[in-house]
Design a protein around this ligand. Structure first.
Ligand code: NAD
Length: 258
């Protein structure tokens, strides 16, 4: 699919990876729907991407709320008249050992990462089916390829996302809609500074802020963490590719190796 002037919804757009995705897709000429919980943050990014020139639109949405998702679809259709791609990037992490992880944390992670991807795609797919054209890019993680301890909820949610991709690629293929997954590796975002760094520091014997670099150096053949734009490039490829569906594209410097 030629990307120029195509309309893409990016959920979790105001986050670290979301911004990288928006930047790369904007450079490729796509019109960006900046969708996240906080309207002010979305509006700031949309402004940077040229909302005033009709290149971007800010929408506040929660991927766990069906009504807000249907409203988002209405707003985007009223503004742009088409939706060519959906990037289900919104996600959260909660860590905890099997015997300690609370049911509330389990539910929260499954709700946003797995059910959120389902509800968002369910809201957007009918538009793409009507157009007989679409790209859906789901977000899993290296945790769906090489999970670590403490990741029961997160790894389960991300394995589930790959399952959804494999089901939907079959259901939506007759409508010329591809469905793929991106599995990011290690990107310096609040997930690392607030959760992964502090949780794994004692196991590795390094300060929390050095956990990501230490793991990258010892576990990644390429030896360096990924940048948000690396993930954006993978999304751009999957939006452009006409004959790729049901796949998981892992961007992790070789960490998982399969
Ligand atoms: N950072 C990493 O190393 C890494 C690695 C593998 C996978 N991922 C995945 O990449 C995606 C983006 O992560 P990130 O690192 O940019 O995190 P981030 O915390 O920087 O961004 C996540 C964004 O999602 C938004 N969000 C959360 N709940 C939402 C909801 N209910 N509705 C709409 N938006 C919501 C947040 O407001 C935030 O802006 C996630 O799916 C994450 O699981 C990240």
């Amino acid at each position: 699919m030629e990307l120029t002037n195509r309309v893409v919804i990016v959920t979790g757009a105001a986050g670290m990876i979301g911004r990288g995705i928006c930047k790369v897709l904007h450079q490729r000429g796509m019109k960006i729907v900046v969708a996240d919980l906080d309207l002010a943050a979305c509006a700031r990014l949309a402004e940077e991407l040229g909302a005033g020139q009709g290149n971007a639109l800010a929408v506040d949405v929660s991927v766990t709320d069906r009504v807000s998702l249907l409203r988002m679809v209405d707003v985007v259709m009223a503004h742009f008249g088409q939706i060519d791609a959906l990037v289900n990037n919104a996600g959260i992490i909660e860590l905890g050992a099997l015997t300690e992880l609370s049911e509330e944390k389990w539910d929260r992670v499954i709700d946003v990462n797995l059910k959120g991807s389902f509800l968002c795609t369910q809201a957007v797919a009918p538009v793409m089916m009507k157009q007989a054209r679409g790209r859906i890019v789901n977000f899993a993680s290296v945790a769906a390829k090489r999970p670590a301890p403490l990741q029961s909820a997160y790894a389960a949610s991300k394995h589930g996302v790959i399952g959804l991709t494999q089901v939907w690629c079959q259901e939506l293929a007759p409508y010329n809609i591809t469905v793929n997954t991106v599995c990011p590796g290690f990107i310096d975002s609040p997930m690392w500074s607030q959760q992964l760094g502090p949780a794994y520091a004692p196991m590795l014997g390094v300060p929390p802020e050095e956990v990501m670099e230490a793991l990258a150096k010892t576990q990644m053949p390429l030896g360096r963490p990924q940048q948000p734009e690396d993930i954006g490039e993978a999304v751009a490829y999957l939006c452009a590719a006409d004959n790729v569906t049901g796949q998981s594209l892992v961007i992790d410097g070789g960490f998982s190796r399969y």
